[in-house]
Design a protein around this ligand. Structure first.
Ligand code: PGA
Length: 241
């Protein structure tokens, strides 16, 4: 399966800066699938700037509700209306700072799928959990709680300690965890065709080739390095077609 290189722009930039970054990616002729996830206020401008290109657009979160009295929230269908076809869910920053539980992430995934969005469900252990040797337990629990029945989206393994830290997981750690996630997803979602499992956490041009060459790595979820077109495209160039 083609690898997916997804950019998580997080809470950065103005609409003008986002549109400029999107224009710099417009003609990218990567052999892999490309996706950018700007903040919600920039979605429509980024989608317009990328119209006709191979780069797809996604949101960074959505409500579990379809509409109504949810001040500050954005529904999955609103993301679609703004031009998104994907959505990141359960990112560790939302799990930590917005106290999102596995059950809530699961509800959001159902809402996303009902609206026709492809969910990217994030899982990953903290440094303390890894130091205690509990990383498989933690990720297994997150998968069991967060993946809805019939899940046909993408999973992103993002060890919390590797996000924005410059410390990426070792290739051996990534290989072991991706093999585990792959087998868990097959067990939890029987009958579902291969699910892509992205690696995220300090992916940059210098480590992308090694990580993307590993078996069971279906692509990368890139934060900091996705804010520079040249770095993002250098990572994409290392991906499998
Ligand atoms: P990073 O972020 O690449 O800046 O470590 C990845 C992410 O949080 O998705």
């Amino acid at each position: 399966m083609r690898q997916l290189i997804a950019g998580n722009w997080k809470m950065n930039g103005t609409t003008a800066e986002a549109a400029a970054l999107a224009r710099a990616l417009h003609t990218a002729a990567a052999g892999c699938d490309l996706l950018v996830c700007p903040p919600a206020t920039q979605l429509a401008a980024v989608a317009a700037a990328l119209a006709g290109s191979a780069v797809q657009v996604g949101g960074q979160d959505c409500s579990e509700s379809p509409c109504g009295a949810r001040t500050g929230d954005i529904s999955a269908s609103m993301l679609r209306d703004a031009g998104a076809s994907w959505v990141i869910l359960g990112h560790s920053e939302r799990r930590a700072e917005h106290h999102e539980s596995d059950a809530l992430v699961r509800s959001k995934a159902l809402a996303a799928m009902a609206a026709g969005l492809m969910p990217i469900i994030c899982v990953g252990e903290t440094e303390a959990q890894r130091d205690a040797g509990r990383q498989m337990d933690v990720v297994g629990t997150q998968l069991r709680g967060s993946l809805p029945d019939g899940f046909a989206g993408v999973v992103a393994y993002e060890p919390v300690w590797a996000i924005g830290s410059g410390k990426s997981a070792t290739q051996a750690d990534v290989e072991a965890m991706h093999a585990f996630i792959d087998s868990e997803v097959r067990r939890l979602c029987p009958g579902v065709e291969a699910v892509r499992v992205l690696y995220g956490g300090s992916v940059k041009p210098s480590n992308a080739a090694g990580l993307l060459a590993l078996p069971d790595v279906g692509g990368a979820l890139v934060g900091g390095a996705s804010l520079q077109a040249d770095e993002f495209l250098a990572i994409a160039a290392a991906a499998r077609a």
